[in-house]
Design a protein around this ligand. Structure first.
Ligand code: NAD
Ligand code: TYD
Length: 351
């Protein structure tokens, strides 16, 4: 079996759902269920014996040791993190704790466990660390995209904590020989994304008749990747990646924020026209910029294509259309997340 951390969050849950849908082996899903973790996302797996959920903090060494000893995974896929840049600006402490101390705790526990494995299992073991393109800092308009040799230059508390965790992973491979893999991916979007991130926030605000708050001049650029494409890339790296290597993952899809917001408005205008007849784009409002806001991220995903044969399957048009459709069709999940009732459900379910 494999052990996944953060599998109740946006990308981790998509990964677990895709993995088990495609008849993957069993998964131990380790998640603390912070505000960003949502057990309701995993409801389709209720009663599926291949999914074992453990509400555990990755900083809890004894609990991690016990899970490794009990389930003896062949791999760890590490998603768990504090992941929202805006929250990291208001409260960086949790980011250091989970992203740095938590990753260290997992690495140390994984190394102790890995050393106990017999020869072939030891050789086959992998620790896959899921990271972000934000560790590379900000690009100018004409700079070349980030590749695997780009020096680290993190600018936010979030990206600094992720950069630190990447360095620990690198050091655990170099010093102790742990068979690690690191992936640095661009902005993800798709089903089950917590609605404080750009794309779901804009969809839900538009439908609620609220303003669509675009930071600064709206010309900050992100590379956007549909979440199931990211999950497929992680599976490729897990199965065929070279231990010790890092792989950049991206959508070949740079977009200015204002263009993303306008595209969302156009899809909503077509699929759920505003009763007033006005375009949702009329709700766009430029607001005060995020402090230290990185201007542009772009990913050169040549290596993973050349070495592992992975390329995104979705274009931005197809991925965004699916995403808008999903938010229109999943009012119950959205209500659970936005009303806070999913917390009560968790308390009841795990009492
Ligand atoms: P998310 O915030 O939606 O989910 C994080 C999950 O981790 C939640 O379920 C949360 O409960 C859990 N968690 C947090 N602290 C924990 C702890 N101490 N112990 C156990 N579980 C804990 O994040 P996401 O968007 O799904 O991102 C997953 C990973 O991918 C992160 O490592 C992030 O840095 C990386 N990443 C995200 C993006 C993106 O666009 N969202 C892009 C590139 C990389
Ligand atoms: P976000 O989804 O928070 O991801 P990240 O900061 O990791 O890239 O934001 C994506 C982009 O959208 C980023 O440039 C900030 C911008 N943004 C807004 O303009 N308005 C908003 O309300 C939010 C949440 C983000």
């Amino acid at each position: 079996m494999i052990l996944v951390t953060g599998g109740a969050g946006f990308i981790g849950a998509n990964f677990v759902l895709d993995w088990l849908r495609d008849a993957g082996e069993p998964v131990v899903n380790v998640d603390k269920l912070t505000y960003a973790g949502n057990a309701a996302t995993l409801a389709p797996l209720d009663g599926d014996a291949r999914h074992v959920f453990a509400r555990v903090d990755i900083c809890d060494r004894a609990a991690i040791d016990a899970l490794l000893a009990a389930h003896r995974p062949r791999a760890i896929v590490h998603f768990a993190a504090e992941s929202h840049v805006d929250r990291s600006i208001h409260g960086p402490g949790d980011f250091l704790q989970t992203n740095v101390v938590g990753t260290f705790t997992l690495l140390d526990a994984a190394t102790a466990y890995w050393r106990t494995l017999p020869g072939e299992e030891r050789d086959a073991f992998r620790f896959l660390h899921v990271s972000t393109d934000e560790v590379f800092g900000s690009l100018g308009a004409t700079d070349a995209a980030f590749d695997e040799r780009t020096p680290y230059a993190p600018n936010s508390p979030y990206s600094a904590s992720k950069a630190a965790s990447d360095h620990f992973v690198r050091a655990w491979h170099h010093t102790y020989g742990l068979p690690t893999l690191t992936t640095n991916c661009s902005n993800n979007y798709g089903p089950y994304q917590f609605p404080e991130k750009l794309i779901p926030l804009m969809i839900l605000n538009a439908l609620a008749g609220k303003r669509l708050p675009v930071y600064g001049d709206g010309r900050n650029v992100r590379d956007w990747l549909y979440v199931s494409d990211h999950c497929a890339a992680i599976r490729a790296v897990l199965e065929r990646g070279t231990p010790g290597a890092t792989y950049n993952i991206g959508g070949w899809n740079e977009q200015a924020n204002i263009d993303v917001v306008r595209a969302i408005c156009a899809l909503l205008d077509a699929q759920r026209p505003n009763p007033s007849g006005a375009s949702y784009a009329e709700q766009i409002e430029f607001v005060k910029d995020r402090p230290g806001h990185d201007r542009r991220y772009a990913i050169d995903a040549t290596l993973i294509e050349r070495e592992l044969g992975w390329r995104p399957a979705e274009t931005f048009d197809t991925g965004l259309a699916k995403t808008v459709r999903w938010y229109l069709d999943n009012a119950k999940w959205i209500e659970g997340v936005t009303s806070g009732s999913y917390r009560q459900w968790i308390d009841r379910h795990y009492a």
